[in-house]
Design a protein around this ligand. Sequence first.
Ligand SMILES: NC(=O)c1ccc[n+]([C@@H]2O[C@H](COP(=O)([O-])OP(=O)(O)OC[C@H]3O[C@@H](n4cnc5c(N)ncnc54)[C@H](O)[C@@H]3O)[C@@H](O)[C@H]2O)c1
Length: 269
Amino acid sequence: MTDPLFDVSKEIVLITGVSGQLGAEYAGAMLARRATVVGLDLAQSARSQSLADAGGVAYRFIAADVTDAASLRSALAQVQSVFGPPTVLINNAAIDSPPSAPPEENGPFEDYPESSWDKVMNVNLKGVYLCCQIFGAAMAKANKGSIINVSSIYGLVSPDQSLYEYRRKRGEIFYKPVAYSASKSGILNLTRYLAVYWAKKNVRVNSLTIAGVFNQQEPAFLDSYCHRIPVGRMAAADEYNGSVLFLASEASRYMTGHNLVVDGGWTVI
Ligand SMILES: NC(=O)c1ccc[n+]([C@@H]2O[C@H](COP(=O)([O-])OP(=O)(O)OC[C@H]3O[C@@H](n4cnc5c(N)ncnc54)[C@H](O)[C@@H]3O)[C@@H](O)[C@H]2O)c1
């Protein structure tokens, strides 16, 4: 029997970045609890395709670019015509410079390219603003909604550059770049702004700040990271599902404008 506090079986859940590692996790967790899920991403991945196979009529994938208002409006129209207004929005899509990015991307701040700043800000911050504007407006009109904006420990505190010392020691020039952090910080106050703005419309807006997820990272990185984090390990990909369920459901109905930090203790020291 479902605990009514955490019941999401009547929710229409939109998840951006559903083709990625965590978006697919959130979608699977919601589908397992009988929510209707609409996954948005630039393209399907094998993982989001498998959700479609397993989710049946309760799951739909829509190709959409979070930086393109027209594509988001078209996605909203499709969702509304098939399922009705969305009731939960998980703003999960984001980009970061991969560790293998060209040297100027991961080089000193003094040389960080303006074009990289624009690209990251466009997806990670403007994309969240557009999704909130377009999908959140539909929620406000329907007087019901919960928006979950996914941030990062690197949006709450600075990246610890000493973590990457092992790369510099082996002759690489590597600093965790600035734009990802700045974009994830921006999300925190966009959340607070909208929480107040929509407070009387029964649309709750919260952030979820998470730490690094294990994804076959190289051993030298894992050593460095796990030494720094109090719990001594990276998160498993399913370890944020409970927080997403909490924020999406009635269990958190008096919570808005909050930043829920689930980080293995990273930000407490
Ligand atoms: N994985 C981690 O260790 C970690 C740590 C902290 C925070 N986060 C945050 O969690 C979220 C998910 O991370 P992830 O590891 O699953 O990332 P991921 O790279 O696996 O997935 C991100 C998804 O976003 C999609 N995307 C990128 N640009 C888009 C656009 N313009 N329009 C639509 N979709 C777009 C990508 O195609 C991809 O499928 C992100 O917000 C990330 O910043 C992740």
